[in-house]
Design a protein around this ligand. Structure first.
Ligand code: SAH
Ligand code: SF4
Length: 441
């Protein structure tokens, strides 16, 4: 989400005649787009800000430092008054005001705008794409969140949930397709609650899939509370909507889920997973898990381990609980699981996930996947990497392949994190879907 927001800010700055600098050291203006989700995310920002402040030397007196995003919303003018680490502070709904705020800094005035909006979606701003090698791109379809999970600061820093118009989303995807992009990841805190004048998320995904049959569509994140069958059917039917769903469980214990204000039980979550696998055979699944939430007992932690073992996720993002001010958990519950216990539980779930991932990846050997090439492998410049429809990273020999190519690849080897393969032939989503049909029949 922050990558996507930075591309919007880039567009606003480019319109003002600014250009990206080669490094922070050489920049006249430095923006830090921040995250408040956990304390360690914020700690990294404090360290960066101190460093950026130190760049304001005698020679570079007028270097401007701005804090953008969720931490700007949380800490506000204290960045200027108390900490003296920034010249301007801009919340997630105030990016359009950046040119005015920069002018205020020039005039020596306080430059802070952290007003949250009920309408802002930046729908009309064409992001300047800086990520994804010209083949993959993010498209934000909604902002904010109304879910108020008790551990989460997002509703406070990003404000109320609002959906961007379907028309502007489809138009942006069309522009990306015309510019040669091959994959779009549609973003929102809970995409299932997307709604624009009667257009549901399932309908939006269907329309997105029709823009270009050779362009992949991914989406993130889905909340387990309201996943409709209609969406599962669209994913199953449209070959270019990826068979991969990020469906965060957070915990495998119903009591903990209740305290987290996640309105589903362990059983409901597991039956949703069964339904996904029933309607989309071979669908890949990923999750987010929090360990050591307020009051979590060893038995409740064991329930999370057993849920993970039942589901066998292809990927998981795992975190130790980090108390956030203003949240319900902060007001109502005690952060009573000792840090070392949280860490130990976290390493137990990570170990289990790595073991499960390795087993799942072993089963991939011999299968043929359509891989969208993204770039050069970090380890070996004679190899390229890219992802399968199911979001698994595959590395194979470069040969004549370049970013943006779809290649049919046979998997030959694996680790818990990556697959290795041999390229068979260049293909496309429609061709590959046809090739696979006899095998599926
Ligand atoms: N909207 C998404 C989550 C966005 S935040 C969803 O509901 O799935 C990404 C992840 O950060 C969450 O899923 C959660 O696992 C984690 N997270 C959020 N608040 C946290 C906290 N206070 N401590 C630890 N992890 C947290
Ligand atoms: Fe946070 Fe819950 Fe909203 Fe996700 S759904 S952003 S976890 S409040």
């Amino acid at each position: 989400m922050n990558f996507s927001d930075s591309e919007i800010v880039n567009s606003i700055m480019t319109d003002q005649g600014h250009k990206p600098a080669p490094s922070p050291e050489q920049a006249d203006i430095i923006f830090v787009n921040t995250c408040s989700i956990r304390d360690n995310a914020e700690r990294k920002v404090w360290d960066r800000l101190k460093y950026f402040r130190s760049l304001r030397t005698k020679k570079h007196q007028d270097k401007v430092v701005g804090v953008l995003g969720c931490m700007a919303e949380r800490i506000r003018e204290k960045f200027l008054d108390e900490h003296k680490l920034a010249d301007l502070v801009v919340g997630p709904d105030a990016y359009r005001d950046i040119p005015n705020l920069l002018a205020q800094v020039d005039d020596g005035r306080k430059a802070v705008n952290v007003i949250l909006s009920l309408e802002e979606t930046y729908a009309d701003i064409a992001p300047v794409r800086t990520t994804g090698n010209g083949s993959t791109a993010f498209v934000s379809i909604m902002r904010g969140c109304d879910n108020m999970c008790s551990f989460c600061v997002v509703p406070f820093t990003r404000g109320r949930e609002r959906s961007r118009s379907a028309e502007s989303i489809i138009q942006e995807i069309q522009v990306l397709s015309d510019s040669g992009y091959k994959e779009v990841t549609v973003l929102g805190q809970n995409v299932n609650s997307y709604s624009d004048n009667g257009v549901s998320f399932a309908e939006l995904m269907y329309r997105a899939s029709q823009v270009n049959p050779n362009m992949r569509i991914r989406f993130s994140t889905s909340h387990p509370k309201d996943f409709p069958d209609e969406l599962l059917t669209v994913i199953q039917k449209q070959p270019n909507i990826c068979n991969y769903i990020h469906i965060p469980a957070q915990s495998g214990n119903s009591e903990v889920l209740k305290r987290m204000r996640r309105p589903y039980t362990r059983e409901e979550y597991l039956s949703l997973i069964d339904r996904m696998r029933e309607l989309i055979p071979g669908v890949a699944l990923s999750t987010d898990i929090i360990t050591g939430f307020c009051g979590e007992t060893e038995e409740q932690h064991a329930d999370t381990l057993s849920l993970m073992d039942k589901v066998k996720y292809d990927l998981a993002y795992m975190f130790a609980y980090s108390e956030r001010e203003r949240t319900l958990a902060h007001r109502k519950y005690e952060d009573d699981v000792p840090e070392e216990v949280k860490k130990r539980r976290l390493s137990e779930i990570i170990d289990l996930q790595m073991k499960n991932q390795e087993e799942l990846n072993r089963e991939e050997v011999g299968k043929v996947h359509l891989v969208l090439v993204e770039g050069t492998s970090k380890r070996d410049e004679n190899q390229v990497n890219g992802r399968t429809d199911t979001n698994k990273m595959v590395v194979f020999n470069r040969e004549e392949y370049a970013p943006g190519d779809y290649v049919a690849v046979r998997i030959t080897d694996y680790t818990s994190a990556t697959l290795k393969g041999e390229a068979l032939y260049k293909s496309s989503i429609p061709e590959f879907a046809l090739d696979k049909q006899p095998a599926m029949a």
